[in-house]
Write a protein that binds this ligand. Structure first.
Ligand SMILES: [Ca+2]
Length: 447
C-alpha cells in the first residue's frame, strides 16, 4: 500500500510522512499507451464505431483516384488472421467490379486526435499495379485552416506496383504534394511489404518528427529542413489518423490487367503512445513554523496538451538520492508539507509530473533544512466572558432563555393555582370560560 505526502491544508496542518527505507528506484520517463485498436472483434463485424468513422464517395481525393469509398462490410471488416499478433485484423478490401472500384477510408476524425508521442501500426499491405495503401495523419484543424496549412504526416505509403519500397513524407504550407519532405526505405533482398506484417511508426515531438519501420529510423524532419520562409505547423497541433486503400491517381499510376480484382490491406493494430512532458520547475523547500516540517512547492511543467494525473516526489538526505530515499506518488497539488523530519537535518527533493502522455523528467534538485524548534506564535488569549458561558456555543444562549421562561411559567402556574377564580388561563375546569386571544379576536379551544 502506498503512503502519500499530504497537500498543505493550512499553517497549523500536521501532515505526517512515514519515512521508509525504500530501495533506490529511479523513475524512467516511460511513454504511455494512450489510444489503441487491436481490431479483435468477431469476424465480419465493423470496425469499432467509437474509434473509427469513414470518408465516403468518389471525388478523386485530390489525386484523381479511381475508387469509391464506402462504409460497407464488403470493404472494411474484422477477420481472423493467424499472422496478426493477436490472430485478428481489420481488412480494408478494394473490389474491382467491371472497372468500378470500391474501397474504404477509415479515420479517427472527431473521435481521437494524436499529438506528441509515437503513432504506430502493424500493417500488411497489398501488391498490384495502381493500388496505394496508406497510414497517415491530417491536422485536426483542417476544417478551419484547410490543407496543407493543417499539416499532413504520411507515416506509410506504399505503391502496389513496387511494394518493397516505403515512403514517409511530411506535408505543410509551402511543402506539399510533390514538394513534400520525404524519404524512402526499401526492404533488402527483394522482399515485399505485402509479404508480411511490418510496424510503421512516427515519433512526434516538438520541432521534430522521426519515421521508422520495424524500429529502424529512415527519415527525420525538423523546422531546419523546411524551405526558407515556410512554417512548421506540427507543434501543439493534434491530428487524426487515417487508414485507406486507394487505386490510381497521380502518385500510384493506373491499375492494369495484372491488378487483382480484389486486394486486402490488413491492419493488426494501431497504437498511440504519449511522450513525457517537460519537468516541473521552481522547486522550493522552506522551513515550516512547526518543528520538524518543511513546506514544499514547485511549478507545473508545460504539459504539451496532455492531462496531468499527478506528481512523483523523491526525498533523500543526500543530493545523489542514495541515502534514506523515500518515493511517493502524489495528487495534483503543487504545495505540501513534509513532516516528522529530523530537526536540523537537510533534505533533498526532486519531482516529476505524471500525465496521460507519460512521466516527465525530474525537476532540478531542491533542498531545505527542517527547523528543530517550533516557531509558531502563541495562541491569542481567550476573551473574558461578560456572563457565564453556556454549553453548546451560540445555541446555549437560547437554551438559557428557554430555561428562564420555564421558571417564569412555573411561577405563574403556582400563583394562579392558588387563585383559580381569577384565572382565565388554564383553570376553567368546571364551566365554560370565554377569553379572547389578545390581538387575534378568536376564541381559544375550550379545554
Ligand atoms: Ca489485431
Amino acid at each position: 500500500m502506498k503512503t502519500r505526502f499530504q497537500p498543505l491544508q493550512g499553517p497549523g496542518a500536521l501532515l505526517c510522512l512515514i519515512i521508509l527505507l525504500a530501495a533506490a528506484r529511479l523513475e524512467a520517463a516511460t511513454p504511455t499507451l494512450i489510444w489503441s485498436d487491436d481490431f479483435n472483434q468477431p469476424d465480419n463485424s465493423a470496425p469499432d464505431p467509437a474509434k473509427w468513422t469513414y470518408d465516403l464517395g468518389d471525388n478523386g481525393w485530390g489525386n484523381d483516384e479511381l475508387e469509391t469509398y464506402t462504409d460497407s462490410r464488403d470493404n472494411s471488416y474484422i477477420t481472423t488472421d493467424p499472422a496478426a499478433t493477436d490472430g485478428k485484423a481489420l481488412v480494408i478490401r478494394i473490389i474491382n467490379a467491371n472497372g468500378s472500384y470500391t474501397s474504404a477510408r477509415l479515420k479517427t476524425q472527431g473521435l481521437f486526435n494524436a499529438s506528441y508521442g509515437r503513432i504506430e501500426a502493424n500493417l500488411r499491405v497489398v501488391n498490384g499495379n495502381g493500388l496505394w495503401p496508406a497510414f497517415w495523419l491530417l491536422g485536426a484543424d483542417i476544417g478551419s485552416v484547410g490543407w496543407p496549412a493543417c499539416g499532413e504526416i504520411d507515416v506509410m505509403e506504399i505503391l502496389g506496383k513496387a511494394p518493397g519500397k516505403l515512403y514517409g513524407t511530411l506535408h505543410g504550407p509551402g511543402y506539399s504534394g510533390a514538394n513534400g519532405i520525404g524519404n524512402t526505405f526499401t526492404l533488402p533482398d527483394g522482399a515485399l511489404f505485402s509479404d508480411a506484417y511490418h510496424v510503421f511508426a512516427v515519433d512526434w515531438s516538438p520541432n521534430k518528427i522521426v519515421w521508422s519501420v520495424d524500429g529502424m529510423v529512415y527519415h527525420s524532419v525538423t523546422p531546419a529542413d523546411l524551405p526558407a520562409g515556410t512554417a512548421w505547423v506540427f507543434n501543439n497541433s493534434p491530428a487524426f489518423i487515417i487508414l485507406d486503400l486507394a487505386v490510381g491517381g497521380f502518385f500510384a499510376d493506373a491499375p492494369d490487367s495484372s491488378t487483382p480484382l480484389q486486394a486486402s490491406y490488413l491492419v493488426d493494430y494501431v497504437r498511440v503512445y504519449g511522450l513525457p512532458s517537460d519537468a516541473p520547475t521552481g522547486g522550493t523547500a522552506t522551513p515550516a513554523m512547526s518543528a520538524n516540517q518543511l513546506n514544499l512547492s514547485w511549478t507545473a511543467p508545460d504539459l504539451k496538451g496532455f492531462a496531468l494525473t499527478g506528481y512523483h516526489l523523491d526525498r533523500a538526505t543526500d543530493s545523489g538520492f542514495t541515502q534514506n530515499l523515500v518515493q511517493r506518488d502524489l495528487g495534483m497539488a503543487t504545495m505540501l508539507t513534509d513532516s516528522q523530519l529530523g530537526g536540523g537535518a537537510t533534505y533533498y527533493y526532486r519531482v516529476s509530473a505524471t500525465t496521460r502522455g507519460g512521466t516527465s523528467d525530474f525537476s532540478a534538485v531542491f533542498s531545505g533544512t527542517a527547523p528543530a524548534t517550533d516557531t509558531t506564535p502563541p495562541p491569542m488569549p481567550a476573551p473574558t466572558p461578560t456572563h457565564p458561558p453556556s454549553q453548546g456555543g451560540g445555541g446555549g444562549g437560547a437554551v438559557s432563555l428557554w430555561f428562564l421562561a420555564l421558571l417564569s411559567l412555573l411561577s405563574l402556574v403556582r400563583r394562579y393555582s392558588r387563585h383559580p377564580r381569577e384565572s382565565g388561563f388554564s383553570v376553567c375546569q368546571t364551566k365554560p370560560c370565554r377569553r379572547l386571544v389578545p390581538g387575534v379576536g378568536v376564541e381559544p379551544t375550550r379545554l
